[in-house]
Write a protein that binds this ligand. Sequence first.
Ligand SMILES: [Zn+2]
Length: 215
Amino acid sequence: MNPSILTLMGLVMSAAPSEALPPIQVFLHGSTVVPAGVLIEARQEAARILREAGVETQWFECSPSAGSAQPEPACEVALLPSRVVVMIAARWKRHYCRVRGSAPVLMEVLGEATCSGQSCNNDVTIYFQIVERRAQRSDARRVRLLGGAIAHEIGHVLLGPEHSTGIMAADWAEKDVLRAPADKLLFSAADRGRLQQQVRARLGVDQQVASGAGR
Ligand SMILES: [Zn+2]
């Protein structure tokens, strides 16, 4: 083989790992609402969906556990731009939604991000009673819906309020999501690129904030 081709291949192969982004931190409040096994698997499902988009996540469980009244010390941190807080609420919520120009309909809401203009806050809420109702007593469905809803709302934190396709479709919960193959409920190619840009930019701002605070 031509040595220059070998060198190029070597470069390509060694370049890939260094392009991986550091993880974003996700602070999860949900252990008092969601059964432990379901929460762990849902977290893994959300992490998988984000990893498929090139975004690694580092998770912290922030609800006080039965053995301790205190949340993990790691949860007592400033909410930097790359950090996300996911609150899982026991209650349910409905509100009027308009999907693709149709008349507004009253829809159950699986999760919610608070957005103004083109940006969304770093804290999101998931409504577990809606997950429970749609899951129809199946743990596999609970995991799928909860993990998907968490990934969707983290998508809003990073991408803004707009919907697109795949996991960022506006009405994915309404479209037999539970029957879709796991590899279909992912971020679109366009969203993947934007997610990685956002993570890179936000981690850069985090560093500026941290070095500013240290001065
Ligand atoms: Zn949405």
